[in-house]
Design a protein around this ligand. Structure first.
Ligand SMILES: [Zn+2]
Length: 310
C-alpha cells in the first residue's frame, strides 16, 4: 500500500507536469500566432521601406579567418544596393552614401551619369573608391601600385589576410582609388560627342538586304563635323562609297569614321581634340543627300554608335 501511495504521488506530479506543459504549450502557440499576425501586418511595410535600400550587400567580405587582427581597423566598407527614385541625382546618392559621383558612376558602368532612371538598381560603395575583379597572377601590391593606394588598406577593407589570399574572379574594394580620366569622362557621358546635331535618318543594323555599319545623321551641307572623341587622324581622303572620309583612332582599340564629307579640315596624322572640326557635311560617295555617316568601330568591328553617344 505504502508503495502504492508512493507510486501515486509521482503520477499526480507527472499529471500536473503534463498540465503545466500543456498550459505553457498553449500559451506558446497563442504567442506564436500573435507574433505571426504582427509580422504579417508589419512585413509589407518593412518590405516597402527596404525596396529602396537593401542590405546585406551583394559583396560581403568574409570575416578574418585567423587569430591575427587585420593590420588596420576595418573601415566597414561595403557595397549596398540602391533603387533610384524619381528626382534622384548622382550627386544626391553619392553624398548620401559618403562616396563621390565618379566612383558611383564607374562602379555601375554608366555611360551617362546624368540619365538615371527611376527604378534603376545601383551598387553603391559607402566610401570613395572603386571595385576590382581579380585576374590570374594579380597581387595586392601591384593592384595598389596601379591605383596609387596602400596595400594594407586593401587587405584591411576586404578582410584579406595576406597578399597571397586573392581568388581569381573575386571582386575587391579599392578604397580611395581614383579612376582614370577617360573612365570618368565615359561615365559622365562626356567622352563621346555627337559630330553634328540632326535627325538620324538611318540606324545601325540590317538595311535593304545588307548591313548598315553606322548611323546617318542629317545636317545641311557645310555644317562643321566635330570629332566625337580626341585622337589621331589615321585617314583623311576618298574611300569608295564612303566618299570623303575621316577616321580618328582613339588609341583604346576604338576608331570613329565620318563619311560623305564635302571638305576636310584636318589631314592624316593630325592629333585632334574632342569637338574639333574634322571637315564639313556633304554628300560625297554613295549618298542620297547631305548627312554624316558615323561609324564607331571596336577592334575594327562596327558597333552601334548609339551605345556610345550621350
Ligand atoms: Zn550610312
Amino acid at each position: 500500500m505504502v508503495s502504492g501511495k508512493c507510486s501515486e504521488q509521482p503520477n499526480r506530479y507527472e499529471e500536473s507536469t503534463v498540465r503545466l506543459t500543456r498550459k505553457v504549450f498553449t500559451r506558446g502557440v497563442v504567442l506564436c500566432l500573435a507574433l505571426a499576425l504582427v509580422w504579417a501586418l508589419a512585413a509589407p511595410a518593412a518590405a516597402a521601406s527596404l525596396r529602396t535600400l537593401r542590405t546585406p550587400p551583394i559583396f560581403i567580405p568574409p570575416p578574418p579567418v585567423n587569430d591575427r587582427e587585420p593590420l588596420l581597423p576595418p573601415l566597414q566598407a561595403q557595397i549596398v544596393e540602391y533603387e533610384v527614385r524619381s528626382g534622384d541625382t548622382i550627386w544626391d546618392i553619392a553624398s548620401a552614401f559618403g562616396t563621390d559621383p565618379d566612383s558611383l558612376a564607374i562602379i555601375n558602368e554608366m555611360s551617362n551619369a546624368n540619365r538615371l532612371q527611376p527604378g534603376q538598381l545601383l551598387r553603391v560603395l559607402n566610401m570613395p573608391g572603386l571595385l576590382y575583379r581579380v585576374d590570374p597572377g594579380d597581387e595586392v601590391a601591384d593592384i595598389a601600385d596601379a591605383y596609387g593606394i596602400n596595400s594594407e588598406d586593401i587587405l584591411a577593407v576586404n578582410f584579406i589576410r595576406s597578399g597571397d589570399d586573392l581568388t581569381v574572379g573575386q571582386e575587391i574594394i579599392l578604397p580611395y582609388a581614383r579612376p582614370a580620366r577617360e573612365a570618368v569622362l565615359a561615365a559622365r557621358g562626356e567622352l563621346w560627342l555627337w559630330p553634328v546635331s540632326g535627325r538620324i535618318t538611318s540606324f545601325f543594323g540590317p538595311r535593304w538586304g545588307s548591313f548598315h555599319t553606322g548611323i546617318d545623321i542629317s545636317a545641311p551641307t557645310g555644317t562643321p563635323v566635330a570629332a566625337s572623341r580626341g585622337g589621331r587622324v589615321v585617314f583623311a581622303g576618298w574611300r569608295g562609297s564612303y566618299g570623303n572620309l575621316v577616321i580618328v583612332d582613339h588609341r583604346d582599340g576604338k576608331t570613329t569614321w565620318y563619311a560623305h564629307l564635302s571638305r576636310f579640315a584636318v589631314g592624316t596624322g593630325a592629333w585632334v581634340e574632342r569637338g574639333q572640326t574634322l571637315g564639313f557635311v556633304g554628300s560625297t560617295g554613295r549618298s542620297t543627300g547631305p548627312h554624316v555617316h558615323l561609324e564607331i568601330r571596336v577592334h575594327d568591328q562596327p558597333q552601334n554608335p548609339l551605345n556610345f553617344l550621350p
